[in-house]
Design a binder for this molecule. Structure first.
Ligand code: NAD
Length: 313
């Protein structure tokens, strides 16, 4: 029969693309429950889904930050039977921490970390009972490696990774699989929203040097990297489909081979010095030449340290 797939955060970006790709599966193997906070934002998804809408794809409201909403949504599913849960909803946060309120930081954790926990808590009792299921979580390369001026976002993804790594062991005993998808940069509204926000902001509380490093050094470099290394939401959707269709799904799934040296660096030097100093040099000694220096870094990194990735093709 059809597998029931519930996906969070489907009004845009990666979540929308995963929902559409699965709903349009040629063999109609999936029934997709595409969820979003506000159903008024459904148009883009409905349009992209085409004929699949109302057939292999249905919509439900879901706010991962609300206990009530999560419960209602899962209860609305026939027999509460969810075969595959895809935790995709997430928000970014960028900038010097001096100018970010504790409230804003907590909101990132409330969405990216506790939002995922809330979903998993709600579905695992049924998955365990059935001795089957697959939990997929949209993590990030930033779940494995810290990135300057992304301190809080990175921390929330590290939290995701630690939680899932711990839970994966127990769930395996119940024949429930757990997989993390770890994209590098992806061209979505996510990135646009953040860059737009940043341009408008004044960063009260941060000194002028810090603001300069952020706006004039980090932001241009970061845009270069998005330009040079970014994948599309479609790419990530294809990787995710591969992961859920694998007979033995891997736990960690990096999607971008251009990013593997960054992860490799961390494991190549257990003191952490290599990562910290490489990023320091990339940012402050190469600046806008970040893209160029990333290419050098790629060549320098021993090929035996290359991490295996899942490719969209
Ligand atoms: P996006 O902003 O297009 O999508 C995120 C979605 O989550 C949006 O539709 C948003 O409305 C939704 N969302 C936010 N808060 C929610 C809540 N409380 N309840 C329900 N939905 C909520 O950006 P995206 O790039 O598609 O992000 C999807 C996931 O991919 C995120 O978890 C993000 O951290 C991760 N990711 C993104 C990138 C990137 O470069 N874009 C890279 C690695 C990982």
């Amino acid at each position: 029969g059809q597998k029931v797939v519930l996906i969070t955060g489907c009004s845009s970006g990666i979540g929308l693309r995963i929902a559409v790709l699965l709903a349009k599966d040629e063999k109609k193997r999936y029934h997709v429950i595409a969820t979003m906070r506000d159903l008024k934002k459904k148009d883009k998804l409905v349009e992209a889904a085409g004929d699949a809408y109302g057939q292999t794809l249905t919509l439900q409201p879901l706010d991962v930050c609300s206990d009530e909403s999560v419960k209602q949504c899962v209860n609305s599913v026939k027999d509460r039977h969810i075969d595959i849960l895809i935790n995709n909803a997430g928000i970014g946060l960028l900038g010097p921490i001096e100018s970010i309120s504790m409230e804003e930081m907590k909101k990132v954790f409330e969405t990216n970390f506790f939002g995922m926990v809330r979903m998993i808590k709600e579905v695992i009792p049924d998955m365990k009972k059935r001795r089957s299921g697959h939990i997929v979580v949209m993590s990030s390369v930033m779940g494995l490696q810290g990135v300057v001026f992304n301190d809080v976002y990175t921390a929330s993804k590290f939290a995701v990774e630690g939680f899932c790594e711990s839970l994966a062991v127990q769930l395996l005993k119940f024949n429930v699989n757990m997989s993390l998808i770890e994209p590098g940069p992806v061209h979505t509204e996510f990135e646009m929203k953040m860059m737009e926000d940043v341009a408008k902001m004044e960063f009260p509380g941060a000194d002028t040097d810090t603001i300069r490093y952020f706006k004039d050094v980090y932001i241009p470099s970061s845009m270069d990297i998005f330009e040079a290394m970014g994948q599309t939401p479609e790419d990530i959707a294809k990787c995710t489909k591969k992961v859920i269709e694998s007979s033995r799904p891997r736990f960690r799934n990096l999607t971008n081979s251009l990013y593997t040296p960054i992860v490799a660096m961390k494991y190549a030097d257990e003191t952490g010095g290599l990562s910290v100093h490489t990023f320091y040099n990339l940012l402050f000694n190469f600046g806008p030449l970040m893209h160029f220096s990333m290419t050098i870094l790629k060549c320098l990194t021993c090929s035996c340290l290359r991490r295996r990735t899942i490719s969209p093709n």
